[in-house]
Design a binder for this molecule. Structure first.
Ligand code: GLN
Length: 477
């Protein structure tokens, strides 16, 4: 039977004729279909995926070298544009909307030989931490279907977790790749802001949004990052820096060994004691292995969540203004005048969480409150960026938990939005500051659920991030 370990191993098997791309696609279609009750997929493009697979097998038969992502089976979060396919951001607002262009990442994946398997469920407009804010119903965690897979890229995490695909692409504005990776026991990588083009990514908060990668191993995430990163004429915020050969260097030992952790983060009252203990044990192990690991004080910890929610909701209120029933989105049948048309479109099209955030964002941007909220939050963001720059003069990486607790029960947190927001305490920092961050699945809680270690590095230091994570992951094998 087909088995997937790593892209490298799969490529060896393709080359030696032990497997084919068609066989791989059939396997993933079968597992995704039989796992349909988890609600991770909104569409599976079986016929197209098989047609692409056949072509890729013919390519192998000619004796030509494999493409970098030859036959790699990928799922796309429903916020990434795939030409002539549905794109709804899991919202009723965009029901029946089809994209007429490919996101840059999709174009790059296809050029590199990947097979797009389908569209994955998520929180509406990527707003949430539980995947319960989807117009298509919640996604269930494959380890325990009574629990959430995390969010907002929950379907993408479950896709990789349950072997429905080899790789998923999600988006991470405040943790939406790392947090579900933590809850599902897989690798979740959010690169530096500007490392990957956002062209074709449905905007939530543009100065935070970044496409991220779900994989079973750090090595596979590196292979994919190398392909999808880099300059793009369609995104003016993407970095012009050259893309290092991540896949070649990921397994090399890193000479960079100075690690910091935030004392306040590990002592935070919201942190599950077992998670705290596991991270302290890792700190000990790293020190024994020759790393310098220091406690560093971070007195702004309690400001990161409020700052994140002021700024992201402000940006969201502006980004989502295009969904008005005229330019984009759902249009109601019964409109007595133009104002009613707008009002009905937005009242009927958006779900509760999205409405809450648009209202919050509109409030913090309104004339009487702008300085008190928006300006203040921008000032805090600047202090955080300056503080990080200072810290990275002395350290190569920061380690933190990814989430304060393991996956919670479906329905448990839906009534208390503030509690839900506060659980983003460890992930939003990387987006506020724009640095790369990864969650690596190292631990198991006594309740049987997985959780991860989060590693962050200075802007564009993905090489260090990947090398360090590989070394840490290996030490746990
Ligand atoms: N949980 C965070 C939020 O709800 C993160 C979302 C994201 O990264 N897209 O905003």
């Amino acid at each position: 039977m087909f088995r997937f370990k790593t892209i490298k191993d799969y490529h060896n098997n393709l080359q030696s004729g032990q497997t084919t791309v068609v066989e791989a696609v059939r396997f993933f279609v079968e597992t995704a279909t039989s796992g349909a009750s988890l609600n991770a997929w909104l569409n599976i493009y079986e016929d197209e995926a098989l047609a692409t697979a056949k072509k890729l097998d013919e390519h192998i038969a000619t004796g030509e070298p494999l493409l970098p992502l030859h036959g790699v089976v990928v799922g796309l979060k429903d916020v990434i544009a795939y030409k002539y396919h549905p794109l709804s951001a899991a919202s009723k607002m965009l029901e029946n909307f089809h994209s007429i262009f490919d996101a840059t990442v999709v174009e790059k994946l296809q050029q590199a030989g990947a097979v797009i398997l389908g569209r994955q469920n998520c929180d509406e407009f990527a707003m949430g931490s539980n995947n319960e804010n989807s117009a298509y119903g919640p996604v269930k965690n494959g380890i325990d279907p009574t629990r959430v897979p995390g969010g907002s890229s929950g379907g993408s995490a479950v896709g990789v977790q349950m072997n429905h695909c080899m790789i998923s692409l999600g988006s991470d504005t405040g943790g939406s790749v790392r947090q579900p990776a933590d809850f599902c026991g897989i690798v979740g990588l959010k690169p530096s802001y500007g490392r990957i083009s956002r062209y074709g990514l449905t905007s939530y908060a543009s100065s935070f949004d970044q496409i991220g990668i779900f994989a079973k191993s750090v090595g596979d995430a590196a292979v994919v990052l190398e392909i999808i990163a880099g300059p793009d004429a369609f995104d003016s915020t993407v970095s012009q820096l050259p893309v290092p050969a991540y896949s070649a260097v990921v397994h090399e030992p890193t000479p960079k060994k100075r690690i910091a952790y935030f004392k306040e983060a590990l002592e935070h009252p919201s942190l599950d004691p077992e998670i705290r203990a596991a991270i302290y044990t890792s700190i000990d192990n790293l020190q024994k292995a020759g790393y310098t690991v220091d406690a560093v004080s971070f007195d702004m910890l309690d400001l990161v969540v409020p700052t994140y929610y002021v700024l992201t909701t402000a940006e969201a209120s502006s980004n989502l203004s295009r969904y008005d029933g005229v330019k984009f989105g759902h249009r109601s049948n019964d409109n007595k005048d133009l104002t009613a048309l707008y009002k009905n479109a937005r009242s009927e099209g958006f779900g509760k969480e999205v409405k809450r955030r648009i209202m919050l964002g509109t409030f913090v941007l309104s004339a009487g409150y702008f300085d008190a909220y928006f300006t203040k939050a921008q000032q805090i963001r600047k202090l955080l960026v300056d503080g990080a720059a200072q810290l990275f003069k002395n350290y190569d990486a920061i380690i933190l938990p990814t989430v304060p607790s393991p996956a919670f029960l479906i329905g448990d947190n839906t009534k208390d939005s503030v509690a839900m927001f506060l659980a983003d305490i460890y992930t939003v920092y990387a987006n506020l500051v724009g640095i790369p961050a990864i969650s690596i699945p190292l631990y198991k809680h006594s309740n049987g659920l997985p959780f991860g270690l989060q590693v962050m590095c200075a802007p564009y230091e993905e090489v260090t991030l990947l090398q360090l994570s590989t070394a840490i992951q290996k030490s746990y094998e």
